[in-house]
Design a protein around this ligand. Structure first.
Ligand SMILES: Nc1ncnc2c1ncn2[C@@H]1O[C@H](COP(=O)(O)OP(=O)(O)OP(=O)(O)O)[C@@H](O)[C@H]1O
Length: 281
């Protein structure tokens, strides 16, 4: 019962990332199931962000392959591509631990910037845009429609013309995800999307991620420390510790895996029961 191995959208194969003498990721392999929400979890410093940085082209892995297969069958070796092609051609989008919106721009403008590439192409690198030719006007209308669609989805259409910096924190988080969705990704990589959210904002985030998976046929890979979010929305959980995979399965399977409990408690596997008793788990 490992459906993520049947037709994965991304195969991480023997990934290793060294920084000088430090081995941040060591021979890591796992699959991201097509149409799944996959969570990458692990204690601080386990290597989760490094995996994201390899997938999205910020780092070139020391060893290993990252094989992305799109719905229509096109395959890409992400470790061989520059980061702008990973987002534009392979269709991998990402958000960061810290919010990176353009605070002085309106919500609508933030979502339009995300569609800069197709708009530039439609403009013939500006000529068609300057003269307002039909092909460009159509691309621009589509981009605005897409931006409005996502603003509606996240319940912020009424604030389309407000500066993004004026939004409460939870709304800014969802606006970032909407911006990533405007690029039409096949995989959406989210680095700690629930960090700093209150319970109501967390519930809104969960609903948005389920909607993206179910209605937009987009696979989601997320790093998350909030276990309630991980357990509630993930189809598949991969657990890292010191750059190695220590568990891989359904939320229920990893929750009960002694190796995972040991890693989070910071003790050896065989000491788990003793420590659990001591702390009243
Ligand atoms: N650019 C870099 N240069 C040197 N070491 C790095 C670099 N990036 C990450 N590391 C190291 O790699 C290891 C894994 O870090 P990483 O940020 O991937 O962990 P993480 O699981 O995302 O942690 P956290 O949950 O705290 O965000 C750490 O020891 C970190 O110091």
């Amino acid at each position: 019962m490992t459906p993520w191995n049947d037709n994965p959208v991304l195969k991480v194969e023997h990934l290793t990332m060294r920084f000088g003498g430090l081995v941040a990721i060591n021979d890591l392999s796992f699959n991201v199931g097509r149409g799944d929400i996959t969570a990458l979890i692990g204690p601080n410093g386990a290597g989760k962000t490094t995996v994201f940085n390899c997938i999205t082209g910020f780092y070139k892995p020391t060893e290993g392959r990252l094989v992305m297969k799109q719905k229509k069958g096109d395959s890409f070796l992400l470790e061989r591509m520059p980061d702008f092609k990973i987002s534009a051609r392979a269709k991998v989008a990402r958000t960061f631990q810290n919010i990176r919106l353009f605070g002085g721009m309106t919500l609508l403008e933030n979502l339009m910037v995300a569609q800069h590439n197709p708009l530039m192409l439609a403009s013939g690198m500006s000529v068609a845009g300057i003269f307002g030719l039909a092909g460009y006007r159509q691309a621009e209308t589509e981009a605005i429609d897409r931006a409005k669609y996502w603003l509606n989805r996240i319940g912020l259409i009424a604030r389309a013309d407000d500066p993004a910096a004026d939004l409460p924190y939870g709304d800014q988080r969802r606006l970032e995800i909407a911006r990533a969705m405007c690029t039409g990704p096949e995989i959406l990589c989210l680095d700690e999307p629930a960090a700093g959210l209150n319970p109501k904002e967390s519930a809104e985030l969960n609903a948005l991620l389920r909607f993206i998976r179910d209605e937009h046929d987009t696979s989601v890979l997320l790093i998350e420390h909030d276990m309630s979010v991980v357990m509630e929305i993930s189809d598949h959980v991969v657990v890292l510790d010191y750059g190695e995979k220590i568990s891989d399965g359904t939320p229920e399977e990893v929750r009960n895996d002694p190796a995972v409990i040991a890693a989070y408690l910071g003790v050896a596997d065989e000491e788990v029961e003793v420590v659990e008793e001591e702390v009243g788990l």
